[in-house]
Structures are given as structure tokens and as C-alpha cells.
Design a protein around this ligand. Sequence first.
Ligand code: ATP
Length: 427
Amino acid sequence: MEKLVSLCKRRGFIFQSSEIYGGLGSCWDYGPLGVELKNNIKRFWWEAMTHRRDDIEGIDAAILMAPKVWETSGHVEGFTDPLVDCKQCKHRFRADQVTGDKCPDCGGELTQPRQFNLMFKTFLGPVEEESAIAYLRPETAQGIYVNFLNVMGPSRQKIPFGIAQIGKAFRNEITPGNFIFRTLEFEQMEMQYFVRPAEDKKWFEYWKEQRRQWYDELGIRPEKLRWHQHAEDELAHYAKEAFDIEYEFSFGWKEIEGIHNRTDFDLGRHREASGKDLSYFDDQTKERFVPFIIETSAGADRTTLVVLADAYREEEVKGEKRVVLGISPKIAPIKAAVFPLVKKDGMPEAADKIYHDLKKHFKVFYDDGGAVGRRYRRMDEAGTPYCITIDGQTLEDDTVTVRERDTMVQTRHKTGELVEVIGGKVG
Ligand code: ATP
């Protein structure tokens, strides 16, 4: 993990927030390559979950919502972690993560557990009083439930159908850490699928399958993924059944996505509290019911960490260490780099033309600094799948070398073929 954090800083993927002031714990900023990678992951999810389907609509709801939403959802009362403090070293832990009754850091005595709400509070308007309290949403799902009717009407969807959303969520986590695995502010990629109550099991199984496949398409090694079923005492207050997809990080098997059967809990509660009829009339069966919800909830930042951790490798090439990020070309931040072999003999001009032509099709990077071997290494660390080198022969026959990141094999191609050769793999 330390090596990955250091590579992320060195190559401009991820930096600590407010670093020049000593940093803010568990908050991270995405740099030039990081934002490209995370955007590509979000786009990959959005395409799979909305564009490629007829039964899912997208929305983008506000982060601030009526405080009533969080009372109704159960978050004001129940979105808490039990907290214990060490009386000696003052370190703070989640009670459910401490084994025994002694401080894991110094062996000191721990306080009794007390409940701590994870929602960040803020105030609406100029006066900081109780009645002005609002919350930064701790999950994006509620923005979907309260818009159930708004989306269903104009889109003319019929059950079963889903609503998808990508957006920020905030949690005042007590034991954050492990780089971007657990942060105070993060992005969720959530989809809520509305189904007939009697069909919940079928759709739950369907979505488990779909979501597992998505990680294969993302290029994650299958042996690093497994299922974890929530036992009765682990289930959230709204859930009838829940499975997590876990990834084997260097710090253990951890949840990266949850698939939940939330029953009619959410729409039922909002229907009662708002007085709006959130039930559904089934044309086919002539029945009216409150839909059940199958939720798929993934973290964009956690998925970014999975992609980085899964892709990182060190190899020895001709007695030298090579660090490679073997990210799938489909989500790599830079798709191809363009190098003039030397800065003379018309090579920079030829390279510049190729660079500008390719730029219209995908993200390319121009580099004419230093030995070409060094330039390859920098691109290996950035996860760039292809490097195009313009050399003396280019000026004679209009061909270039294309070097593939993982195999390091170089092949010659006509410049006119590059969009096809590379574009087909990175799209
Ligand atoms: P955990 O047990 O790790 O706290 P959770 O069960 O509370 O997670 P959910 O509420 O199911 O998580 O959230 C769905 C997804 O949102 C998680 O699988 C994860 O990818 C992401 N997520 C949740 N909390 C955080 C966080 N603090 N930082 C980054 N991502 C998060």
C-alpha cells in the first residue's frame, strides 16, 4: 500500500488534501491522472447501468435534502457506530472493531461504548439553530427514493425498472484510513431497482450476477473477488438480504460493493411520512403495491483503489526494476503516448502531427523529454497501454512503432492505421 500511495503521488494520481498545511486526515484530492481514471470508471459504470439498458434511468439529486428525509429513512436515529476511547492514549476506535476490552494500541483501559451518528451536520440560512439543521447525505439512495414518482412519470417506465445515480456522500467515519478505502467524503455509484414484492428473490440473484460480471469487464482478477453474505446480526435496519462483493486488499478482504434487498421499507416509510402515494398500480395484475427495492451500491473511490491495487506490479527487465500499472486500456487515464525519438531531423514535427490527429479520438500524451527508455517507464507507471515512437524511418515510409505496455512488444504501423489499431482497444 505504501508503494501504491507513493506512486500515486509521484505520477499525479492522488494527493493528500490540503497537503501544504500538513494534510487533512482521510481526505484526498485526485490529480491529473487520478481524475481521468476515476471519471473513466464512473463512465464505465454509467454505460453498463444506464446507456446499455432500456430499464434504468439516471438522475443527479442534490446533496442537501429536507431533514425529514433522514428522519424517515432511519439515519437520524440509527446511522450510528458504537465508539470507545482509550483512557490512556486517547485513541478512538469503533467498538465492533476492537477484540477484547483493552486498547489495541497501548493496552490501556477503554471507555464504555457510546453511539456516534455518522452524518455531517450543517445549517441552512444565517442562524445556527436547531430548526436550521441539515445533513450532508450519507448515501445517494434517498435522492432516488424521493424522486420515484418524478422519474417514473416522464420516463414512462413500468416495473421492474431502476434509477441510477453517481454522486458524493459524506460520513464522519471514526476509524478512517487505508488511503482512499475509507474516507469522510466519497462518491457512490448506486442503482435502485423497483420490483414486484413476489419477484424480489429473482431480481436479487440477477443483480448479484450482473454486478459480479462488471468487475470482470473492468479487468479485475477474479481470484481476488469473493462474496460475503450478511448474517442476521449484520443486516442493516432496512435489509432482508445482503451480499457484499469483497476484494482482497493487502490489508485483508474488504467490502467494495453491497447488493441489498431493501424490501418496501424505503418507499413505505416515505409514503407514510410525506403523505404522497408512492405505491404502484400494476396494469397487468390490476394490483396496487409498494415496490420492493433491490439496491446495488458501489463506491467510485473504493473501485479506483481496487483498480490501482489490482494493476500494480513490479518486474525485473534486463536487471532493472520496472513498475507497471496494468490498468485495462478501457479505463486507463492516458490511452497512448507519442514520442519523437530525438528532438531533431523533422521528428518533433511528425510526432506533433500524429499527436494532434489522435487527440481527436482519445486521450494522448506528448513526451519528448529524456531517453526513450525513461519515457516508456514513466508511461508504464501511469498505466498507459500504448507508446508510439516516431523515428528516422517514419520520415521515409510514414510508419511508427507501437509498443504495448504489458508485453513490451513493438510493432510497426502506418500512421493512418493508428486510430484503428489503438482506438479499437481503448474504447
Ligand atoms: P463499511 O462497512 O466499509 O463501512 P458500509 O457497509 O457502510 O461500508 P454501504 O453503506 O453499503 O457501506 O455503502 C456502499 C458502498 O459505498 C461501499 O461498498 C463502499 O464502496 C462505499 N463506501 C461506503 N463508505 C465509504 C467510505 N467511508 N469511504 C469510501 N467509500 C465508502
